[in-house]
Design a protein around this ligand. Structure first.
Ligand SMILES: Nc1ncnc2c1ncn2[C@@H]1O[C@H](COP(=O)(O)OP(=O)(O)OP(=O)(O)O)[C@@H](O)[C@H]1O
Ligand SMILES: [Mg+2]
Length: 337
């Protein structure tokens, strides 16, 4: 059995066959701080976010695409793998994605979290390569493909050719950082304390990186910082655009930096084919248009952007046999266990 795993900062996805995604749930775990007992995870855990007593802690154990709390990630991965591995007779082989810029220690933490379940093999693939496979790009030929995967913890940018990354960058200010800015803004400007889920919902509903054609309004609900009573404030897309502008600029600059480092022949290919966008955050209003304007290159938005990485990890399982046989052929997978 081969399993594709996208262990994302915001969402974890698993796939075991071509037809559908078996698991797609928030990377959240809720536990009792006194007994350490796991109380909820995934969708149920997310519903508890900001709504628990002091005794329960609800955490996203990944930050910036890497493991922040290893014990909890291990628990989460084990729960999800248990759900789909009905038979424990055959140990699965797992292809998991990692950000482009990751340390050996961080890489090892991902491998350890997965192997603690008892697997036959763990193979890693860079998120951008996986996303490219997921979108049907041919990154194994001598042709340049550029892809930007925009998630909650990272924006991964890469120019790929011959199964490898020719130029790339990982930016750690992504969707979550925008949520944090919205939380800080509500407090600073409106004396309103809001939770993470409210900020995320505001971003997904009205945030934009270019002046909106139609002004949208979102009602932020929370607590008055001075009076301690319930309070709501209506904010507009133009207002939120200014709040997240610096993070948007950081992403655009990252893409431009990578283009500047790209060999000229590959730039030619990218100019012809365009840049592909994947990841949940690529759906932010105006992101495609802004990137197009700032780079002068056509931007292609993938159909189900948040599923590209797990779809690609699953396609990459077809390279496992070759990787295991250690054949001297181009292989996008890194074999680690
Ligand atoms: N319509 C939308 N508009 C703006 N942002 C969105 C939208 N839908 C989802 N997002 C954001 O996309 C992010 C989640 O995307 P995704 O599932 O690709 O991230 P992830 O894989 O968990 O994170 P990472 O790859 O950084 O580890 C969240 O920040 C979410 O708020
Ligand atoms: Mg991701």
């Amino acid at each position: 059995m081969d399993i594709a795993l996208d262990l994302g900062t915001a969402n974890t996805k698993l796939k075991i066959n071509d037809d559908s995604i078996a698991i797609d749930e928030p990377s959240v775990i809720a536990y009792d701080v006194e007994t350490n007992e796991i109380l909820a995870f995934g969708n149920e855990g997310y519903r508890m976010l900001g709504r628990t007593s002091k005794r329960i802690s609800v955490v996203f154990p990944l930050e910036g695409g890497v493991i922040a709390e290893s014990g909890l990630v291990e628990e989460l991965v084990n729960i999800f793998l248990c759900e789909i591995c009905t038979s424990r007779v055959v140990m699965p082989r797992v292809v998991a994605c990692i950000p482009g810029e990751i340390t050996e220690v961080e890489k090892r933490a991902v491998v350890n979290a997965i192997s603690s379940f008892g697997v036959r093999r763990v193979l890693l693939i860079e998120a951008t390569k996986a996303a490219a496979f997921g979108c049907g790009l041919d990154i194994m030929s001598a042709h340049g493909n550029m892809l930007v995967d925009m998630g909650a913890g990272t924006v991964d940018i890469a120019v790929m050719t011959l199964g490898g990354v020719s130029a790339g960058k990982t930016i750690k200010n992504a969707g979550n950082a925008m949520d944090e800015e919205i939380i800080k803004y509500a407090r600073r400007k409106h004396n309103l304390i809001i939770g993470k889920a409210m900020a995320k919902s505001c971003k997904e509903s009205i945030a934009c990186v270019i002046r909106p054609e139609k002004e949208l309004v979102f009602r932020l609900k929370g607590r008055d910082a001075l009076k301690g009573l319930p309070k709501w404030v209506d904010v507009t897309s133009t207002e939120i655009m200014q709040v997240i502008a610096d993070i948007g600029v950081g992403i655009i600059n990252g893409v431009v930096d990578v283009l500047e480092e790209t060999p000229p022949e590959l730039i030619g290919d990218i100019h012809t084919d365009g840049i592909t966008l994947t990841g949940g955050l690529s759906q932010l209003i105006g992101m495609k248009e802004l990137l197009e304007k700032e780079t002068g290159i056509k931007i292609r938005q993938s159909k189900n952007p948040a599923d590209a990485v797990v779809n690609g990890c699953f396609k990459a399982t077809s390279y496992i046999d070759e990787a295991e046989a250690q054949k001297d052929t181009l292989n996008p997978l890194m074999m680690v266990y």
